[in-house]
Design a protein around this ligand. Sequence first.
Ligand SMILES: Cc1ncc(COP(=O)(O)O)c(C=O)c1O
Length: 470
Amino acid sequence: MDLPPLVLDRDDRSPLAVQLADALRAAARAGAVRVGDRLPSTRSLAAGLAVSRTVTAAAYDQLLAEGWVAGRHGAGTFVVAVPAAPRAGPEVAPPARHRAAAGPRDGTAPVDLRPGMPCVAALDRAAWRRAWRAGADEPPDVVPDAVGLPAFRSAVVEHLLRHRGLAADPGGVLATGGTTAAVAELARTLPRGARVAVEEPGYQRAAAALRGAGLAVLPVPVDGDGLVVDALPAGLAAVYCTPAHQFPLGARLSAARRVALVARARAEGFLVVEDDYDGELRYDVAPLPLLAALGPDVVVHLGTASKLLTPTLGAGWLVAPPAVRDAVVAQRDRAGVRPARAGQRVFAALAVHGDLGRHLRRLRRELAQRRRAVVAAVAAAAMPVCGDAAGAHVVVRLADPAAEEAAVAAAADRGVALDGLARHHTGAPTVAGLVLGYAGPARPELDRALPVVTTVLRRAASSTWAAGPR
Ligand SMILES: Cc1ncc(COP(=O)(O)O)c(C=O)c1O
């Protein structure tokens, strides 16, 4: 076998044979050397490391004595076990907010109720296989393109028309690697130092993408009607927002604010980035016109297959005014970055066969049922949820960040991973509470986790955190 590079330090006081044995143990622990591997002969290893054969023979003797390599006469030296990790110092528990759920004491696996997971349980596996097979039937691509496959862009146009009421021209649609990737691309078309407003609390990966492009990110409050448009400062280059279902609090941007936002964008010359994440997932809430329909000249509309199907497809779309679209394409050409095609092909194949529409209906049904179950578990603690009946998470407000942290920790102790609102803020938290995602787990797991949610919320309501044991 080829060993990984082994570094011996001749200036080190520990003997070379000891260093070599240490390095081989470390390689085995890291998985670079595995059970069944044949180690090089002492002679060839000595030649490779420019040390004497006595050094390699002494190192191998040590490992033989430890029992994790064995010499087979005439056949060489083989790894027969992986050495145990050296004993570390005492473990320090991470702060509650970062603590992963350990799993309840009965040994069952933890349930993850953090948001951002797709509901793969709603996927019809036969349709999924069919779509991948159809995608694989295409001949291998030769020339990459910066705009996306025609079949994908047509599927997106149809999807936007049928499910989002937006009439887009296929020429105006660009394939993207998903919404976050698209925000990062758009950010790089703006001048460094330009000011971009984001919702507070809001989607922090978008804020990070904007910051990463050297833009100044300005948090703007949200309320029960979504982004507070009147609170937008002057001198903006862009506003990033989630009007369909404000992330994470769940309000829809009201009709009046939609009109006001587009009017201000036109008057002040800024761009509105409409992240339509969750837009297709509404349960008994009437749709409002997309910002892109109200202001196609000033709005960049972003959609994604991440929530509808899975983020692993890496497929999304962007509908933008021609100048913005051209700037993104020019940048892709300059950088040699093109949206990957596999996910586009699968999405297009699902759409062509009608499977996407069927999936969307099934997904809505499934998520609406799950939402009802979550709302009932919250109601059992005599608490309301905020936001519209939409998307794949609900938010429950708590008194303060301490109560939030205590609830997350208590749930983790009972094998349920919960998310708090604190990490969805750009600045100091303005609201505290739990973000309960219900798409990811299988149904039985969700049903197992909901009584835990009720318990921790009851305790949060009665503020017994400090008093009793968790
Ligand atoms: C508001 C919002 N937009 C976009 C995304 C992710 O979209 P994508 O996977 O296409 O980057 C998320 C994921 O959690 C989100 O919360």
